[in-house]
Design a protein around this ligand. Structure first.
Ligand code: ZN
Length: 167
């Protein structure tokens, strides 16, 4: 079990664009396993490598239909999106802030698994949302960047109480 330190806003690691994993290796598998441990111990349902200070395109998300397992997506890319929905988001890297965020409701994602094999996930609802939130992290984007400016200013003046899940 390996629990890693989670970087929090405004740490610069959260703003870097992560690099593509060219070949999935042993250290990527170790990192993914540590990220799953870290996510679980922090009661999150998703975590991206930049949140633990590693600038590689790797995310882990809870398999929401099977709480005992987690999905590992390497180099995830959204190839199709449909619909729009708004849901309250939080982030392990931005403690004490939550806000409704508008995102596509259904997505198709392509990625590599831990064996380096191509996988495709066609999903909607909460899982689609978590995956999009984590992919944003790989591009240095935080959910607070998706809140309009005035609202963001208000939130950061008076940190809002934690009321929903951490992605
Ligand atoms: Zn996050």
């Amino acid at each position: 079990m390996g629990i890693l330190g989670i970087k929090t806003y405004p740490d610069e690691a959260l703003r870097k664009k992560s690099s593509v994993v060219k070949r999935v290796g042993k250290e990527d598998r170790k990192l993914a396993s540590d990220m799953i441990d870290t996510m679980r111990s922090a009661n999150g349902i998703g975590l991206a490598a930049p949140q633990v200070g590693i600038s590689r395109r790797i995310i882990v998300v809870d398999d929401l239909e099977n709480t005992k397992s987690s999905l590992v997506l390497i180099n995830p890319v959204v190839i199709k999106k449909k619909g729009r929905s708004s849901l309250c988001e939080g982030c392990l890297s931005v403690p004490d802030v939550t806000n409704d965020i508008l995102r596509p409701e259904f997505i198709i994602v392509e990625a590599l698994d831990l064996d380096g094999d191509k996988i495709k996930i066609d999903t909607g609802g909460l899982l689609a949302r978590v995956i999009q939130h984590e992919i944003d992290h790989l591009d240095g984007i935080l959910f607070i960047d998706r809140i309009d400016f005035l609202r963001r200013r208000r939130i950061f003046k008076k940190i809002s109480p934690k009321v929903c899940m951490e992605l």
